[in-house]
Design a protein around this ligand. Structure first.
Ligand code: GDP
Length: 399
């Protein structure tokens, strides 16, 4: 037996036959000072298929089995080693494809996000306790100072949660990819530009849900930010119903995008006016095919001159894009990263708003309790048995 938490060189032998299996390291972590909080043994072995098969077979004979996906993390959660938000951060860390995603996941694992939610929970609980203590005073109306204090705190909490929710989904976008739509007239060079951009930057090969024939999407690591370029197949008027469906999807995609590149042919500067039909999201003007233009003076001001063909101006375009994207993401501030958290926060906020309107202090106290429960579901402080299978299902084996 190696001493606790010390690596020791060990010869692994079959427990029945005594035959040597491999030469490696063994570590022993007695409970509770282990990753799961339980007794944990680790074997560092040569990773070939034959060695792994022999070690696993030997362990099986001792009555052990392989862990389910996410089982280690789940046990760590059950033993209070992590909260649910941190458990989800491990899944994000394992799946992180870019630097910004890795940093966001690590901050979440460090507990910054969970601390925000626990802070709100604690304040809610204190407020509810004040209110309930006052209600329990027999034969008296609520002391006005208690009532005013409770109302103030409910309003402050509701404002803070609402502000956290109104973050433009930056944390979720960072997890899922920041969409940049490429729009503009047919033949302006949108597909060529997408090719050039994705070849220059490190293209991520993970499949993207929702990719259709009509909207071509390429995931790219843009200076650490996960960006999805969406090429909206030539936005044109058409009577063909399939093309109209493509157009509808392209428009929806471009409207939902965080940023748009409006690409036009530099020889047709008048086309740049088409960008004005895209309100809302930020639009960057790109004058493509600059290699075909003799005098750049005709390029409209504010448009970036590029050539998808020669690569001219592409570095400046990438720099401009990176600047825009980075400006929207303050990685130091804990951001909402999951729809699950958003839904629970929405519920908590609705309960707080109801509490503000409640006609009776007893009803107000009940709404506060509901808000507190919603917040508790995020970190796993209240019963979340129903959630666990869903959360740990997307883990990989061995985590
Ligand atoms: P889309 O309809 O906007 O996607 O345009 P395409 O990318 O299909 O390009 C239309 C045509 O313009 C193709 O023949 C391209 O080879 C050509 N093209 C695209 N970009 C450039 C460029 O920067 N310079 C030149 N000379 N031709 C280009």
């Amino acid at each position: 037996m190696p001493p606790p938490r010390r690596a020791r060189r060990a010869r692994l032998r079959d427990p029945v036959t005594g035959d040597a299996i491999d030469d490696g390291l063994a570590l022993w972590f007695p409970a509770p000072r282990s990753v799961t909080g339980e007794d944990v043994a680790e074997f560092h072995i040569h990773g070939s298929r034959a060695v792994i098969a022999a070690v696993v077979a030997a362990l099986r004979r001792l009555g052990l089995r392989l862990a389910e996906p996410g089982e280690f993390t789940r046990r760590a959660f059950a033993n209070g080693k992590l909260d649910l938000v941190q458990a989800e951060a491990i899944a994000d860390l394992v799946a992180a494809e870019t630097e910004a995603q890795r940093r966001q996941a690590l901050r979440q694992l460090d507990g910054h996000l969970g601390a925000v939610y626990r802070g709100w929970s604690a304040r809610l609980l204190r407020t509810a306790a004040h209110l309930e203590a006052a209600i329990d005073f027999p034969d008296e109306d609520l002391p006005p100072e208690v009532e005013a204090g409770v109302a103030d705190e409910i309003a402050t909490l509701a404002d803070e949660i609402a502000a956290h929710l109104a973050d433009g989904r930056r944390g979720e976008r960072l997890r899922d990819g920041i969409t940049i739509a490429i729009v503009g007239p047919p033949n302006a060079g949108k597909s060529s530009l997408l090719n050039t951009l994705s070849q220059r930057e490190a293209a991520i090969t993970s499949p993207i849900a929702g990719t259709t024939r009509d909207v071509i999407e390429v995931a790219v690591d843009l200076a650490g930010y996960p960006v999805v370029f969406a090429d909206t197949a030539g936005l044109r008027d058409s009577t063909d119903s399939i093309e109209q469906e493509g157009l509808r999807r392209a428009l929806a995609r471009a409207e939902a995008a965080e940023l748009r590149l409006f690409v036009f042919d530099a020889r047709r500067p008048g086309d740049a006016a088409g960008a004005a039909s895209w309100p809302g999201t930020e639009t960057l003007l790109v004058a493509n095919k600059i290699d075909l233009v003799a005098d750049r003076a005709d390029v409209p001001t504010g448009a970036l001159p590029v050539s998808a063909l020669t690569g001219d101006g592409i570095a400046a375009l990438v720099a401009a894009l990176t600047g825009r994207v980075a400006a929207g993401y303050d990685l130091a501030a804990p951001a909402l990263t999951r729809e699950r958290h958003r839904a629970a926060l929405d519920d908590a906020l609705s309960a707080l708003r109801r509490a503000q309107q409640a006609a009776l202090p007893e009803l107000r106290a009940e709404d506060l309790r509901l808000a507190w429960r919603s917040l508790g579901r995020i970190t796993g402080a209240v019963d979340v048995e129903d959630l666990l299978d869903v959360i740990f299902a997307d883990f990989c084996i061995g985590k």
